[in-house]
Write a protein that binds this ligand. Structure first.
Ligand code: DUC
Ligand code: ZN
Ligand code: ZN
Length: 473
């Protein structure tokens, strides 16, 4: 790869804005300097012109599900197609969720996901572990997984009979996490109560996708978040609430953080842009079925989440990328349509890994809600720190991986299934015009996207052995 110089741009990190050129040697950043202070162009193998552009760290999406088995099918992006789409969207690292299902060991789940990803990813990747069967062996294997760089474990208070863990299991897993220095990621929805409401809705003949949003009440997300915080407190484990959608949940996190607890949270673009109305319109609403569900805009969740991002009550924006096609998928067959006539059979999830950066810039920086530095912080720097990858990832600094995006703050793009690269047959944001676009993407010094062309390939990405969280108090 040799030496690359990015010249003429403004480098923006979570804390700095610098008129500086960036010298890349191989896969890492070798130096930053004022444009007149060097003659790097001499002897450079490649010069990347960033005139008029911002030079920012590559995005890090810490919540994706590539090829996730769910509800009788698989999420439609493989590691190959999903990581390529991520790169197109300015994301240069993902953390996906390896899955242990009931009756399987955690290590079997981890090895299966390592095999799925090996040689297929265009960008670097790590894994959290979904521990779906908490028992003595799983707890022992958490030690081994830590050594493998899986330093965070996801538990579910939702999906009884599938991924669900009861409070006793959660407490045991949290005690183990506290002992070994791991983070617990929590899907906080009261699945037992939701299942009662689901059964009652179906008995009334309420089968359309809109009822998915109605029965999964926001207060049940708030209740579960409060319970998770209490259990984390008892155990001493750091807690990270995933895909927060509800102000009741945000209130719980704010209260815990005000008391100095190691409680953190992410939200996702769908909760910041879409709402319960998207779940209406007959079966078309199936496009938007994900859990937690989209919320009623009139209740104010969306503005509270945006404000939480501005005030650091929320630290990260991820995507929960988990796409399923409305029509048949070329390999996995029927997907969303499995739920025609019964919303509970609609595979849960939405596509998002590609548009995340542009959406958050548009709604955040463009609407004056957050600064460009905060945008970098919540899409790259905090994700890296939260999950033990900083400063190799998440910033532009000497020695860091040269994961870099050239960003046009005034560029325009219209979101569409016609132009996106995710392997899914709809866009959740079809027709939305955003300001602020990804122009050029480098991953570990390699130019992946430039002038609308893709130069990456499966296998360019490598597994990241993560360290422990760097966000803890
Ligand atoms: N939520 C989803 O919408 N899909 C996959 C898993 C999850 O928690
Ligand atoms: Zn979840
Ligand atoms: Zn998820």
């Amino acid at each position: 790869m040799g030496r690359t110089v990015i010249t003429g741009g403004t480098v923006v990190t979570a804390t700095e804005n610098m008129t500086a050129d960036v010298l890349i040697d191989g896969s890492t950043v070798a130096a930053l300097a004022a444009p007149d202070a060097h003659n790097w162009a001499e002897g450079a193998d490649r010069i990347v012109d960033a005139s008029g552009l911002l030079v920012i760290p590559g995005g890090i999406d810490v919540h994706t599900h590539m090829e996730l088995p769910f509800g009788g099918t698989y999420s439609s992006d493989t590691f190959e197609t999903g990581s390529r789409a991520a790169a197109w969207g300015g994301t240069t690292t993902i953390i996906d969720f390896a899955v242990q299902v009931k009756g399987q060991t955690a290590l079997e789940g981890y090895e299966a996901w390592m095999e799925k990803a090996e040689g297929n990813c265009a960008i670097d990747y790590g894994f959290h572990m979904i521990t779906g069967d908490i028992n003595d062996q799983t707890l022992k294997e958490m030690d081994i997984l830590m050594d493998e760089g899986v330093t965070s474990f996801k538990l579910f208070m939702a999906y009884p009979g599938v991924f669900y863990s009861d409070d006793g299991e959660i407490l045991r897993a949290m005690q183990k996490a506290a002992e070994i220095g791991a983070v617990i990621c929590m899907h906080a929805e009261n699945g037992i109560a939701i299942d009662v409401l689901v059964e009652q809705a179906l008995a009334r003949g309420e089968t359309d996708p809109i009822y998915h949003g109605i029965v999964r009440r926001s207060i049940l997300e708030g209740e579960a978040t409060n319970r998770a915080i209490a259990l984390a407190d008892v155990s001493g484990a750091p807690l990270y609430i995933v895909h927060m959608s509800a102000q009741e949940s945000l209130d719980a996190v704010i209260a815990a953080r005000d008391l100095g607890k190691n409680v953190f949270a992410e939200t996702c673009p769908q909760y910041l842009f879409l709402d319960l109305d998207n779940l209406g319109n007959g079966f078309d609403g199936a496009k938007y079925v994900a859990s937690p569900p989209l919320r009623d805009r009139a209740e104010g969740h969306q503005e509270r989440l945006w404000r939480g991002l501005a005030t650091n009550d929320l630290q990260v924006v991820s995507t929960d990328h988990c796409p399923f096609c409305m029509g048949d998928h070329h390999t996995f067959g029927t997907q969303k349509q499995l739920g025609v006539g019964d919303f509970t059979k609609i595979p849960n999830g939405m596509p998002g890994v590609e548009p995340r950066m542009e959406l958050i810039h548009h709604g955040g920086v463009g609407e004056g809600r957050i600064s460009m530095n905060r945008f970098v912080e919540i899409t790259a720097t905090n994700p890296a720190k939260m999950f033990g990858m900083h400063p190799k990832k998440g910033t532009i600094a000497v020695g860091a991986d040269a994961d870099i995006v050239l960003w046009d703050p005034t560029g325009k793009r219209t979101m569409s299934v016609e132009t996106h690269h995710m392997d899914v047959d709809y866009s959740a944001y079809e027709g939305l015009e955003v300001t602020g676009t990804v122009e050029t993407v480098l991953s570990k010094g390699k130019v992946m996207v430039e002038n609308g062309e893709y130069h990456g390939k499966a296998g360019d990405g490598a597994y990241i052995k993560r360290g422990t969280s760097q966000m803890l108090i």
